[in-house]
Ligand binder design. Structure first.
Ligand code: NAD
Length: 412
């Protein structure tokens, strides 16, 4: 790359939800982008979305008309990989499928100039498995944007086993240029944010089966300060995304935890986009309205699974969801997936609507005192099972009288 890894020309492969936001973000920061999709109509539609976004920003007085025109002029549709030969950086944002991404990275590696950086926007796939099909694994990494990519502040920079430090630095510099909060994450399923989210959502799902209802779970977590409870979040993201992924992978459909999601999708209740999900929505409105049909469905599924429902307090909801985040965050720290607890908190604050006033899940845990966190995890372990066993790092920190803030690169 020219100018010591300064990105002069970028490319984006994929013009769906994420590709669009990424292109808007790059072009808005003054970076020219070549845009490729196997379906050329997606790029045409994407360019229109980008133009509309900038037009709205003009109306709001955020940018001038001239800037909007310059932004759009920076976005150029292309119809072949050969056209990408001279770019400094390519960001791939096609369907979440390892084989597909590997085939694209192989072509990119054969086509792009030496020194060009190859990045994937995958949410959870193994960056090393993607890098392995190239001759330049030191120039491969994850750039995990969040949806909508031109608005959400968080950028997880995913370090593969072979990613060169200078390539990570280039990615962090790019993040800064895009006005993002960039956090380096190690390579594991879901990286920092989505790996923690899974434990939190699983806990919320279990509580639905045990006796809570979506409105109660969301209400309790929103009262704690979350921008959105997990079920409202699923309605926004689309309940069907994971459902389709389960079907495609041919696994996970039978887990009791996803039976409510499966049933909602079977009914065409995908979330906001279909007007009904965990909640219902009036035409053109995003206001989540209570739907008694969903409560009845939750109760029926729990009964079908042979579960006896009980009263679950708001306090239990908050306790289990937060402690799930903290325990997984501790495992992430102990495995060096995050360099320190501050990075874990930055991910959660900037990508997952965690209340800023609380400082992030790890800062919250330090504030509670890790001895108390350990005791509470052990109590849950006795009541609910081994998955609540405190992470070894927590036990070590408590014994040393320290907190998560004292951990750097896995060391206390
Ligand atoms: P999408 O389905 O909206 O878009 C995917 C695009 O890829 C489509 O336009 C499709 O035509 C194109 N495509 C498919 N095969 C192609 C090929 N061989 N060559 C070129 N283009 C091809 O998907 P999305 O939601 O934008 O997700 C893209 C990636 O971003 C996935 O890896 C996903 O996990 C990740 N991601 C998604 C979100 C989200 O909230 N949607 C958030 C973070 C990361």
């Amino acid at each position: 790359m020219s100018n010591g890894f300064d990105v002069q020309q970028a490319a984006v492969v994929g013009a769906g939800t994420m590709g669009r936001g990424i292109v808007i973000s790059l072009a808005s920061a003054g970076i020219p982008v070549l845009w490729l999709d196997s379906n050329a109509k997606m790029v045409t539609a994407g360019r229109k979305v980008a133009a509309d976004t900038w037009a709205q920003q003009v109306v709001k007085g955020r940018i001038s008309e001239a800037q909007a025109e310059e932004n759009l002029a920076r976005v150029q549709a292309v119809d072949s990989y050969a056209a990408l030969a001279d770019v400094d950086l390519v960001i791939e944002a096609v369907y979440e499928n390892l084989e597909l991404k590997q085939s694209i990275f192989s072509v990119l590696d054969n086509t792009l100039k030496p020194g060009a950086i190859l990045a994937s926007n995958t949410s959870a796939l193994d960056i090393d498995a993607i890098a392995a099909v190239t001759s330049r694994p030191d120039h491969v990494l994850g750039l995990h944007f969040f949806s909508p990519a031109h608005i959400m502040k968080l950028l997880e920079v995913v370090r593969g086993a072979h990613t060169a430090p200078a390539v990570l630095d280039a990615a962090l510099a790019l993040g800064k240029r895009l006005g993002k909060v960039a956090v380096v994450a190690g390579n594991c399923h879901g990286f920092i944010g989505n790996r923690m989210l899974k434990t939190y959502v699983d806990e919320a799902r279990k509580m639905l089966l045990e006796g809570a209802l979506p409105r109660q779970v969301d209400g309790a977590l929103q009262a704690f300060g979350f921008a959105m409870g997990p079920f409202r979040m699923y309605d926004v993201v689309g309940i069907d995304l994971e459902w389709r992924a389960r079907q495609l992978a041919g696994q996970g459909m039978d887990s009791p935890l996803v039976q409510i999601d499966n049933a909602l999708c079977d009914l065409g209740r995908f979330g906001q986009k279909s007007g009904r999900g965990f909640y219902c929505y009036a035409e053109g409105s995003r206001e989540a309205l209570h739907d008694a049909e969903v409560d009845a469905l939750v109760e029926e599924i729990a009964k079908g699974l042979g579960l006896r429902r009980r009263v679950i307090s708001d306090q239990e909801i908050i306790e289990r969801c937060l402690l799930a985040l903290v325990n997984e965050g501790a495992k992430i720290l102990q495995e060096h997936i995050a360099a320190n607890s501050h990075d874990v908190d930055r991910v959660y604050l900037n990508g997952y609507g965690f209340p800023a006033a609380v400082g992030g899940p790890m800062a919250w845990a330090d504030g509670q005192g890790l001895a108390s966190i350990q005791e509470r995890l052990e109590r849950l372990q006795r009541m609910l099972g081994e998955h609540w066993k405190p992470a070894p790092l927590i036990v070590r920190l408590v014994a040393a009288g320290k907190g998560f803030a004292d951990v750097q690169e896995g060391r206390v």
